[in-house]
Design a protein around this ligand. Structure first.
Ligand code: DI6
Ligand code: FE
Length: 419
């Protein structure tokens, strides 16, 4: 099918799944959007039919070239991990030990460790080394049912390394394991050569980094880390506005370690998401609700850093702010390559219901990437990115911790992974 062409969804379909249950997570369904004893037809990589098996318009073998039996298992949309730092070199297991002995993330950052440490390792790594490391982590994510992943740069903070990281993200996409959206995390940490020249770094980002990444088609979005240990709201605004001029979607690491008005900034600039949000105020929540900003919750970082202040989940819920959940996979604050485990952490630490958490890693995760019209739920016309789970009910997906529950991962109607 060529871009722009609409798929022919009439039978005979390419494939039909039945003999099990569906969690549609459809926009207008509540909870998991369960369909017991359901059926789902796929044509040309798209969902052609979803409903109760008993409502199928003809006997299964007349409807599709291949009929697959779910064996009583559950079929759900493929998971969307909408916030990862998948590309990096080295690890920070030494800092993990330091933090267990009492040092804080902020103290380690202040003495030149933290993100700076990974920046040095990443600058020294070849494209091939970065690619192979990221590929390994992408495989781990896929084992947990992930079919779409956002990948950030941000461990280079110079032209060469940032573009190299983004090229790796594009290569990962071409590999076919999952669809990749690439984000230029232009302002993550102030690089050492600009220690005495913050303005100079912002200029480099605005005048070189963003235009180059956009011109080479290497980035879909631009992100910034707005916090006391990172960049001020003014610096972030200047960078995000530059991204906007080049047609990039906007994201913000907001209010993770302190309330710096990141949520309000995201809302004011029309950012697609504000991420972390542990310290977001009521005013921030209200601004996000008015602007339609997605709240991306990252319980892995909260868990690993032993944080105590939770994001205002009840307020997001009351205000109707869509909540996505992602791994934040990175070597410092969230060495977590399992999205189902992130869902468990979102339930335990942040009080999400299992259904809210699951929606956060499907429909709302897709919305965080501007892709909710195309995937994230089982609805006719959407991409057939699907997962078959060996569970008695989808609430088990956030419930079990570290269990391999995935039986099959399907992308565009094709099986791409079986354990
Ligand atoms: N917040 C985070 O949790 C990650 N980045 C950010 O801005 C941490 C990245 C790292 O520590 O390497
Ligand atoms: Fe992050």
């Amino acid at each position: 099918m060529k871009p722009g062409e609409s798929p022919d969804l009439r039978p005979p379909w390419d494939r039909l799944w039945l003999g099990g249950h569906l969690a549609t997570v459809a926009r207008d369904a509540s909870g998991f959007g369960e369909i017991l004893d359901g059926a789902l037809g796929v044509s040309q990589g798209r969902i052609a039919w979803v409903g109760l098996r008993k409502d199928l318009p003809a006997p299964p073998h007349r409807l599709a070239r291949e009929v697959h039996d779910l064996g009583g298992r559950w079929l759900t949309p493929g998971l969307v991990d909408c916030h990862t730092h998948l590309v990096f070199a080295g690890d920070r297991a030494g800092e993990f030990e330091e933090r267990l002995r009492g040092a804080s993330y902020q103290e380690i950052a202040a003495r030149g460790g933290g993100i700076r440490r990974t920046l040095e390792a990443t600058r020294g790594a070849s494209e091939e080394e970065l690619f192979l490391g990221a590929l390994r982590r992408l495989r781990a994510l896929r084992q947990g049912g992930v079919t779409t992943v956002e990948v950030k740069s941000g461990y280079g903070q110079d032209l060469d390394t940032e573009l190299r990281m983004l090229r790796v993200a594009r290569r990962l996409g071409a590999e076919g394991l999952a669809e990749i959206q690439a984000t230029l995390l232009a302002a993550h940490v102030l690089p050492p050569e600009f220690a005495a020249d913050r303005k100079g770094y912002v200029e480099l980002v605005v005048q070189d980094l963003i235009p180059r990444a956009a011109a080479e088609g290497l980035a879909d979005a631009v992100d910034v880390f707005c916090d006391r240990i990172a960049f001020t709201s003014e610096e972030c605004e200047e960078i995000l506005l530059a991204g906007k001029r080049f047609g990039l979607a906007l994201r913000i690491h907001a209010d993770q370690l302190s309330d710096t008005g990141g949520a309000e900034l995201a809302a004011r600039l029309g950012a697609r998401t504000a991420d972390h949000l542990e310290h977001t105020s009521q005013a921030g929540v209200a601004a996000m609700a008015r602007a339609g900003t997605v709240a991306v919750l990252l319980p892995g970082a909260f868990h690993v850093l032993g944080e105590t202040v939770r994001p205002p989940v009840a307020a997001f819920r009351a205000a109707g702010v869509p909540m996505a959940v992602a791994t934040d996979l990175n070597p410092g604050s969230s060495p977590l390559a399992c999205l189902p485990l992130a869902l468990n952490l979102a339930c335990i630490h942040f009080g999400l219901t299992p259904a809210e958490a699951f929606r956060g890693a499907t429909l709302h995760g897709a919305r965080a990437l501007g892709l909710d019209g195309d995937r994230g739920s089982l609805e006719v016309g959407k991409r057939a990115d699907l997962v078959i789970w060996d569970v008695g009910h989808p609430r088990e997906i956030p419930y079990w911790m570290g269990f391999p529950l995935v039986v099959e991962v399907i992308r565009g109607g094709e099986v791409v992974f079986t354990p």
